[in-house]
Design a protein around this ligand. Structure first.
Ligand SMILES: C[S@@+](CC[C@H](N)C(=O)[O-])C[C@H]1O[C@@H](n2cnc3c(N)ncnc32)[C@H](O)[C@@H]1O
Length: 301
């Protein structure tokens, strides 16, 4: 396996925090990251038997792995090592120098058709038809990238700032629960699998990081208009201290509801008295469906 410090030295770069460049230099963390593609059940059985997770036990489809933000390639190297000769890895890197380095360093793997390096912004480039992604994300755009990946419905193992990760996985009734939790869990089961200290990176980021595993699944509710549902949730969380009754009335410019009073009229009193932080995703979905049934829905914000 390539040594992460050796890769940084060969690339002749120093990570620039202003460009979200924090390279992983802890071998154990790098080794563990791809194994989080294992199912929860497999990891529970590993834990019970004292086995450490092994790449060859991973039941996710690893035939085409996507990595966003390749950096100097320490994680890319691990992803290439996971699969067999037919498996592919695509890595997207915005920094021209780093993308050029990856092309040189992994010349053999590129020539063998096992690695594709895309130089460009992960928010803009066309993404390949990947089967799973393992990425140490650029934190400045981690939310935008995640919501580009989630609708693809593939297993994702992604590194975030700790606080962001906690909000993604939070449940109703906790201080961290909010719009980010509901929108993330609309697409996937989200689990914070490991917190990573700053020292695992070079240069160390300002705050601790955390790895989140996202397993795609359908939500346990149905909504006709997904865009409206997500906008309605966003709107109600902008007034999280207000009751849902006032939230619906005060945020019609965001949700796009043209007749918010008709929605308040039609909704259950028990729901109207709640606050957004106590509403389950199922309750949000039922309220969104009712709202769309009794009111026209415009564009909103
Ligand atoms: C946190 S570093 C991770 C590097 C490497 N994967 C590792 O773990 O050591 C994030 C990488 O994303 C790159 N990056 C930043 N913004 C990007 C964007 N919008 N699209 C693609 N790559 C980006 C940075 O240049 C940096 O190399």
């Amino acid at each position: 396996m390539r040594d992460p410090d050796g890769l940084i030295a060969r690339a002749g770069v120093r990570g620039d925090p202003d460009r979200d460049q924090h390279f992983l230099v802890d071998d154990r963390v790098l080794d563990r990251l791809p194994t989080y593609l294992e199912s929860e059940a497999q990891r529970a059985s590993d834990e019970a038997s004292g086995d450490s997770p092994r790449a060859d036990e991973i039941d996710a489809d690893t035939s085409h792995l996507l990595e966003i933000g390749g950096g100097t390639g320490a994680l890319t190297d691990r992803l290439l090592a996971m699969g067999d000769e037919d498996d592919e890895v695509t890595v997207v890197e915005r920094d021209r120098k780093l993308a050029g380095f990856l092309q040189e360093e992994f010349r053999e793997e590129i020539d063998a058709g096992r690695l594709t390096v895309i130089e460009g912004d992960a928010l803009e480039v066309d993404l390949p038809d990947f089967t799973a992604s393992v990425s140490n994300l650029p934190y400045g755009v981690s939310s935008e990238i995640t919501f580009r990946l989630l609708p693809e419905k593939r297993p994702l193992v992604l590194m975030f700032q700790q606080e962001f990760a906690e909000r993604m996985v939070a449940g109703p009734g906790t201080p961290e629960y909010g719009r980010l939790s509901v929108s993330t869990q609309h697409y996937a089961d989200a689990e914070l699998v490991e917190s990573i200290p700053k020292e695992a990176f070079s240069p160390p980021p300002a705050v601790q990081s955390a790895v989140v595993r996202l397993e795609p699944r359908d939500p346990d509710y149905e909504v006709d208009d997904e865009d409206f549902f997500l906008r309605f949730v966003k709107a109600l969380f902008t007034q999280r201290r207000k009751t849902i009754r006032n939230g619906i009335r005060n945020t019609a410019h965001i949700s796009g509801l043209e007749a918010p009073d008709a929605v308040v009229e039609a909704a259950d009193e028990e729901i109207l008295q709640k606050r957004a932080g106590a509403m389950t995703p199922v309750e949000f979905a039922a309220l969104a469906e009712l709202a769309a049934a009794v009111s026209e829905v415009g564009e909103g914000q």
